[in-house]
Write a protein that binds this ligand. Structure first.
Ligand code: NDP
Length: 283
């Protein structure tokens, strides 16, 4: 079974569009997401375009704040502070990576935790690991949603996550654990990675190496979630999974493009609605 992230994502956005119209009626305004981009990195520009398009599609307020590559850290922090204090702004996202002269840690921590739609703020990260109410990071949240929509049972299953980054690997592992999977986190020092992965009923690859997960990594019938985004030499977008080789072995698989990627943006929209509702109901 191919898990069609694009289609699932579209139906979730259609439902949110209707929900947002109802929220506007009920609360007298729409959820508002502000996206900040620094500089002209083409990949960042492309991601931001997708986020703004989804924002418009779902009927949110908000817009893009564009700052030059050489903007000072102080100016960026002041811009974030302004948005933190704006009662009409529900979500703030600063597109990463940032230029080297700006501390990403400082910027992430500067965004008010209640408006942190990316779920990267240390307070939200800590709350996730403490099982407290928090804003979940978008990609991990989208992966769990994909597994749910595909009817993949997580409880009691063995899951292997390849990758231990703070934004994907570790939070995905935590969310799978919360769904009662038994989770192994693999990484660059894992010995005999293929054998470790072959144990998995659910295999999540979040590495950033084109086609490294071959058929020998996959237990027959396993659900394979490909988070990787890589470009081949001829510019083609591919994941971490050798899709053609793994497709006949896997029970379910996400394609790249059209799998996890669209879900990440859709969960960003979901988080914006959640931030809006938290703020409106806490007033
Ligand atoms: P990082 O570079 O932060 O982490 C990569 C992880 O892969 C590290 O934990 C690293 O191990 C591990 N790794 C590297 N080489 C190997 C190897 N040979 N064998 C086993 N493990 C290895 O990447 P991110 O987590 O930020 O992103 C991972 C991928 O997901 C990227 O392609 C990125 O573009 C994509 N991505 C996609 C998103 C989407 O929406 N679809 C969103 C975010 C990311 P170690 O810790 O030991 O170094």
């Amino acid at each position: 079974m191919i898990i069609d992230g694009k289609m699932i994502s579209q139906s979730l956005k259609d439902a949110m569009k209707i929900e947002v119209d109802a929220l506007a009626e009920q609360y007298g305004r729409r959820p508002c997401l502000m996206v900040i981009i620094v500089g002209d990195n083409p990949a960042s520009r492309s991601y931001v375009r997708g986020k703004i398009k989804a924002t418009e599609y779902c009927g949110f307020d908000g817009h893009l704040v564009e700052l030059p590559e050489d903007v000072s850290e102080a100016t960026l922090l002041a811009e974030i502070d302004k948005l933190n204090n704006d009662p009409l702004v529900d979500g703030i996202l600063v597109q990463l990576p940032l230029p080297k002269h700006i501390s990403e840690d400082k910027v992430i921590a500067a965004i008010s935790a209640e408006k942190d739609v990316d779920g990267f703020h240390p307070e939200n990260v800590a709350r996730l690991w403490l099982n407290q109410h928090c804003i979940l990071p978008c990609t991990p949240k989208g992966i769990i949603e994909l597994l749910d929509q595909a009817g993949v049972e997580m409880a009691g299953k063995k899951a292997v996550v390849i990758g231990r980054s703070n934004i994907v690997g570790k939070p995905v592992a935590k969310l799978l654990l919360d769904r009662n999977a038994t989770v192994t986190i693999a990484h660059s020092r894992t010995k005999d990675l293929a054998a470790v992965c072959r144990e998995a009923d659910i295999l999540v690859a979040a590495v950033g190496r084109a086609k490294m997960v071959t058929a020998e990594y996959v237990k027959p019938g396993a659900a394979v979630i490909d988070v990787g985004i890589n470009r081949t030499e001829d510019g083609k977008l591919v994941g971490d999974v050798d899709y053609e080789a793994v497709l006949p072995v896997a029970g379910a698989i996400t394609p790249v493009p059209g799998g996890v990627g669209p879900m990440t943006i859709t969960m960003l929209m979901r988080n914006t609605i959640e931030c809006f509702l938290n703020r409106m109901n806490n007033k």
